[in-house]
Design a protein around this ligand. Structure first.
Ligand SMILES: Cc1cc2nc3c(=O)[nH]c(=O)nc-3n(C[C@H](O)[C@H](O)[C@H](O)COP(=O)(O)OP(=O)(O)OC[C@H]3O[C@@H](n4cnc5c(N)ncnc54)[C@H](O)[C@@H]3O)c2cc1C
Length: 414
């Protein structure tokens, strides 16, 4: 297989896992990731081990795949890049558009001077993993040099001269024997629900909490950096919602939120946690026992709240219907965490058009024996591009796609 090459679109858990599987089978890989960093959503997740015991959340598995990917000489990584055109005449020919590379990853030593000196919050981005390459990236929307050339501190202060603020975008033509689509999912945007996200500072999403725990290890209220006394988790935000026509269960949210709730109880035991849910969906090995244990520490409330209102000191009032008495109850919390679901990726339509595929009615890619993995197209899919799945399921789907690709090569070589 040493002469074969696969083009992977998307460098999240699915893309990284497939890349590692394929190079282990002696197949070359071009891994095209549109953002500046590899790892997708899950690279921002925290390890949720409690009492020094792994709770099988899967976060560390992504870190391992990232490390294996960046170390492998047969994986060509294209971050900040998009596939713009694809044609097939025996092999695939793809045009890859790469946005300007402001920071040379070969020169950057992760000294962090650019990050510390930059006068604009968020203008220099740092990836979530210690294994990122590049370590830093320039946020084109916020950088003052790119706006009006009024600053060049990062470039001037970099001891390795790794920063060039005037590079050009580039385009490359690459050939491939198969294409694997692994462009992932879009987290539901809860701004349209009556929960006050982006209106009330102390309403955050489960992804925000993941990142807060990964970066600082503890939870604080965004409004005043105080430790919340009472936190409410609200499940199924954007999933199992007929008004949105999102009838699917995102499968991973209950497990992920309960694991974070338990981690919080271990690290900040004085916090009182309530968990509003419809049904608890279990995932991962040993979840049943974990769920029994967690119910001793977290108050489980079978109800989905109505609107959320802000009260004094930016506390949050939640109304909900008591499941037993059917009375409307009202409670005040210091912080609300919305467990947002998995929805189809923003680029699904564009990628489907590029590859002449049709999406399922839900907006996800068709999977299995359907469209994207049909045996003779040479186009395969893996991960959440085809629907909600956990990290271990995503890794398994990437392994399956790699095996399908090998089968496709064997069938077409004979
Ligand atoms: C709130 C929340 C919490 C979760 N917690 C857990 C958990 O604790 N445990 C667990 O097992 N699972 C969890 N999951 C699920 C987990 O996030 C997914 O299983 C995993 O991220 C799927 O990986 P992926 O590669 O399919 O998608 P993604 O992580 O979305 O990666 C896709 C990648 O493709 C890139 N991309 C997109 N479009 C393009 C394009 N046009 N060109 C190039 N690149 C592109 C994206 O930038 C991204 O890097 C959680 C999900 C959510 C929403």
């Amino acid at each position: 297989m040493g002469n074969k090459n696969v083009l992977i679109i998307g460098g999240g858990t699915a893309g990284l896992s497939a890349a590692v599987e394929l190079v282990n089978l002696d197949i070359h890989v071009d891994l095209v990731e549109k953002s500046d960093f590899l790892g997708g959503h899950a690279i921002g997740y925290t390890c949720k081990a409690t009492r020094n015991t792994c709770v099988k959340c899967g976060a560390c598995m992504v870190e391992e795949k990232l490390k294996d990917t960046i170390l492998h000489p047969k994986i060509k990584i294209w971050t900040g890049s998009r596939v713009q055109e694809v044609s097939k005449n025996g092999r695939f020919t793809a045009k890859i558009h790469c946005k300007p590379k402001y920071i040379d990853p070969h020169k950057c030593t992760n000294c962090r001077i650019c990050f510390d000196k930059c006068p604009v919050d968020g203008a220099i981005l740092h990836g979530f993993s210690k294994n990122n390459i590049p370590f830093y990236a320039i946020n084109e929307e916020l950088c003052l040099y790119l706006k009006d050339k009024s600053c060049g501190l990062c470039r001037d202060e970099c001891p390795e001269t790794a920063i060039n603020l005037d590079p050009k975008a580039t385009e490359y033509i690459k050939e491939a024997d198969a294409v694997l689509v692994a462009a992932g999912f879009h987290p539901f945007n809860p701004e349209d629900k009556p929960y006050g996200y982006h209106r009330f500072q102390n309403v955050i999403t489960s992804l925000d909490l993941e990142r807060m725990l990964k970066q600082v290890g503890r939870v604080k209220r965004p409004s005043d950096a105080t430790i919340p006394e009472r936190i409410a988790f609200i499940q199924c935000v954007g999933s199992r919602d007929s008004k949105l026509n999102h009838l699917w269960c995102s499968k991973v949210c209950c497990g992920s939120a309960l694991r974070m709730a338990r981690l919080l109880k271990e690290r900040q035991p004085d916090i009182d946690i309530s968990f509003f849910y419809i049904d608890v969906q279990t995932f991962g090995k040993d979840f049943e026992q974990f769920y029994k244990d967690v119910q001793e520490e977290v108050r489980m409330i079978r109800a989905i709240p109505g609107d959320i209102y802000e009260t004094d000191r930016q506390k949050l009032k939640i109304n909900f219907l008591d499941n037993n008495t059917h009375e409307t109850l009202e409670e005040i919390f210091d912080l609300v965490v919305l467990s947002i679901g998995i929805t189809p990726g923003k680029d699904n339509g564009e990628i489907a058009e590029l590859l002449h595929l049709k999406l399922a009615d839900s907006g996800f890619f068709k999977s299995g024996a359907e469209e994207a993995s049909a045996p003779n197209t040479g186009i395969f899919s893996a991960g959440t591009i085809s629907g909600a799945m956990s990290i271990p399921e995503t890794i398994a789907s990437a392994g399956k796609a790699a095996r399908q690709i090998v089968k496709y090569f064997r069938a077409n070589d004979s």
